[in-house]
Design a protein around this ligand. Structure first.
Ligand code: SF4
Ligand code: ZN
Length: 333
């Protein structure tokens, strides 16, 4: 049983406020924060994710705890004048995202970072809720999260390329990464699995390289940091979330149980993956460039002539009241 008000195992002076099961240490808030910032710095430097203080970096954020943690950490490690935040407004229905975006803007402003909002409507002419409704009518059998993720990734890359960003950082944490790793294994998607490696090449000049600086930070750590710092967090969830693919939910549950029984399990899985898969990742450098979509000219998967975004537009065009078209590039800022 923990004794009353234990002191921090790192600095030995402050009162510990958090127990870190994977290290067995009790930490004060300052040491907990510093530990996260240092681990992110090490991960960035280990894989050469970016040149700290130099690279033009776009943070693609939603506004949840992971997003705020990434912004908070990068504001300490990187030059805030070399980075900006992009958030994509999907339009899933309800006002929760608008409140989340306002919160993100306030938070980013306190670090002197601008937030740009690009909506699905800006890019494709319709909101996610309309697209999902039309997809149901058309009996497309595509899940809302698939439409949402496909379009969001496209918009982020399009925006980053248009504005000359060298790297895009997303706020995926350790739990996300290991879940995705297992999903790819279960689907037998070796390429998808290898692309999770931080040294995996970008297979098209039209894709801005993406990095995940929080990939070794547990989700509970971003939640704890947000709580201890008193950051405001959205309490509402996306109204379409109930239709999330259940495979991830099952994997998440199993992984949590394993982590609970063997603290540090997720970290070890990703460390082993980083090390053992390196030879296979290097083979990806010999792969041909990704084909370009015949309709929009954006990169698409091997074997495809038309990209997923154009496929969605084509399938839904007649079901919507407005025509769906891709946005014209905006002038450079
Ligand atoms: Fe998009 Fe699915 Fe997330 Fe909703 S839950 S924002 S539909 S990915
Ligand atoms: Zn296309």
């Amino acid at each position: 049983m923990a004794s009353e008000a234990p002191t921090c195992d790192r600095c030995g002076s402050e009162r510990a406020v958090i127990y870190q099961p994977h290290t067995g240490r009790r930490l004060c808030l300052k040491c907990f924060e510093e530990d996260i910032v240092e681990r992110v710095r090490r991960e960035i430097e280990r894989w050469g994710m970016l040149r700290l203080g130099k690279t033009r970096l776009l943070l693609a954020l939603s506004g949840g705890k992971d997003s705020l943690t990434l912004l908070y950490v990068m504001a300490q490690l990187h030059d805030v004048n070399r980075m900006a935040v992009l958030t994509v407004y999907e339009g899933a229905g309800g006002g929760y995202r608008l409140r989340e975006i306002e919160n993100l803007k306030r938070f980013a402003k306190s670090y002197g970072v601008d937030v740009e909002v690009v909506s699905f409507r800006d890019y494709i002419g319709a909101e996610l809720a309309e697209l999902v409704r039309a997809a149901r009518e058309a009996k497309l059998g595509v899940k809302p999260c698939t439409i949402c993720g496909t379009l969001r990734r496209r918009i982020i890359n399009w925006y980053a390329r248009l504005h000359g960003f060298e790297k895009v950082a997303t706020a995926h944490n350790l739990d996300d990464e290991v879940q995705t790793l297992y999903m790819n294994i279960l689907r037998g998607d070796l390429d998808g699995m290898l692309r999770l490696h931080p040294l995996a090449p970008t297979l098209s000049d039209k894709l801005v390289p993406r990095i995940k600086p929080l990939r070794k930070i547990y989700e509970w750590e971003t939640a704890a940091l947000a709580y201890l710092k008193g950051w405001r967090l959205p309490v509402e969830a996306c109204p379409l979330i109930t239709e999330e693919a259940s495979l991830r939910a099952h994997i998440r549950e199993v992984l949590y149980r394993l982590e609970w029984r063997q603290p540090g399990f997720l970290l070890r899985v990703l460390e082993n993956f980083d090390r053992e898969m390196l030879p296979l990742v290097k083979q990806l450098y010999g792969k041909p460039r990704l084909p370009l979509c015949e309709k929009c000219g954006e990169p698409t998967s091997y074997g495809r002539r038309v990209c997923r975004v154009c496929e969605i537009i084509d399938a839904l065009r007649e079901k919507l009241s407005r025509p769906l078209t891709l946005a014209e590039p905006r002038p450079q800022r």
